[in-house]
Structure formats: C-alpha cells, structure tokens
Design a protein around this ligand. Structure first.
Ligand code: MN
Length: 238
C-alpha cells in the first residue's frame, strides 16, 4: 500500500473511492445498466493493507477474515444503504459520521459510518512485526504526556480492558497532549474534539475466536507485536 493511502483522516482515500464509484456509475450508465445499481457517493471499503494471515499468531487469519470481510464490510454496506436516502453527497466518511453525531435521528448512520471509519483506521494501525519503540516527535510526546512508553502502554491497556462491553481504546491528542481514551460501541474521539492516532478494537468479534474472554491477553499482544507506530506518527503530523 502506498503511504499516501494511509493518511489519518482518510479523506484522500475516500475521495478516490468516491471518484471511483462515480466513474463506475457513469460507466454503468453508458453500458446500459440501471443507474440506480450504484450510489454516486458510495464509500468503497478500502482493501486490507496485508493478507488475512499476516498478523498471525497474534490475530488469526480466521478472525481477520470474519472481522474484515463480514463485520467491516457490513458497516460500509449499511452506511451506503442509509446514505441513499440522505442528501450528504460529496462528504467524506469522517464528515458523514461527525454530522450524524449531531442528530439524534441519525443514530444508525452514525453507528455504521463511524464503525466503517474506525475499522479502516484500526486495520491501518496494525502491521506484522509492529510494536517496539515509536520514534521522533511521537516518542517525545509520549515521554512528555505519559512519562515514557511503558506508562503509555499501561494507560492504553487500562483504557482497553476497562471499556465496559463493546467499544474502542485510542491513543489520541487532546489539547496538545497525548491521552489514552476509550469509547463505547461506535464512538470516535473526534466527536469529543480529540484527534485519534491509533485504535484498538475491543468488541468481542475482534478477539473472541482467538482469545475467548481474555481481552487483556489480546490487548497485550497487539500492543507488543502489531501496533504500527509509523501510522500513529503520520497521524500526529497530519
Ligand atoms: Mn470490529
């Protein structure tokens, strides 16, 4: 995957995806297919940035397969289905869920669009041979905000393990400092004015096939072996 496709707010990718969908639409029209078979502003689910088995043994190919091809895909499909009835053309996926968050009647759209965004962010925040030490400005900020990497990992673990029920743990920027935060269900730090750098999915579907109820073991393994600090650093700079 090209580095410019992993930008943190995904706006470029979504722009490319939206453009591709629009192109397909006009192609479908010129080929005589019904124009309503493709929504003009449909969000295409970005490809997984590695093969299904790339994160083994920390996360099995079986988990990745269900989590990406079923769960993540359903969030994109549902988002696109709901958007067919809403005038939000041209918005990025991020903008869609931030707007939906302000409207109590748009709960289903918020849940699906935020989950689509959160999952793509999560997939890009993991990599085979991850973990280790962050570098540069990110490392400096971790030191300033937490007093060192060990404390940062502890705070992220605490957020991930104490999130009651489904949700997410995040490394985020708030007021110029880094913080470990948690959100329930489809929640995203951006709705609280925080900027996400990394996400850990703590919905049971993220780990149950491999770790059953042992969420803490999954979180520990992800932080030690998969976390993509370069992705977090890029998000910090963006
Ligand atoms: Mn998930």
């Amino acid at each position: 995957m090209q580095s410019d496709q992993t930008s943190p707010n995904l706006s470029r990718r979504e722009f490319v995806a939206a453009t591709a969908a629009a192109g397909l639409l006009s192609m479908a029209g010129s080929l005589g297919f019904a124009k309503d078979t493709l929504a003009a502003e449909a969000f295409a689910m970005p490809p997984l940035p590695y093969p299904d088995n790339a994160l083994e043994p920390v996360i099995s190919a079986n988990t990745i397969s269900f989590h990406y091809s079923k769960h993540t895909k359903l969030y994109y499909d549902n988002t696109n289905k709901i958007l067919e009835t809403k005038p939000m053309a041209g918005m990025t996926l991020e903008k869609v869920f931030l707007e939906a968050a302000k409207d109590a009647a748009a709960m289903a759209l918020f849940n699906n669009a935020a989950q689509a965004w959160n999952h793509t962010f999560y997939w890009n925040g993991l990599k085979a041979g991850g973990g280790g030490e962050p570098k540069g400005k990110l490392a400096e900020m971790i030191h300033e905000s937490f007093g060192g990497l060990e404390n940062c990992l502890k705070a992220l673990t605490e957020a991930a393990v104490t999130q009651f029920g489904s949700g997410w743990a995040w490394l985020a920027v708030e007021g110029g400092k880094l913080a470990a935060v948690k959100t329930g269900n489809a929640g995203n730090p951006m709705t609280n004015g925080q900027k996400p750098l990394l996400a850990i999915d703590v919905w049971e579907h993220a780990y149950y096939l491999d770790y059953q109820n042992r969420r803490a073991d999954y979180v520990k393994a992800v932080l030690e072996k998969l976390v993509n600090w370069e992705f977090a650093a890029k998000n910090l700079e963006a």
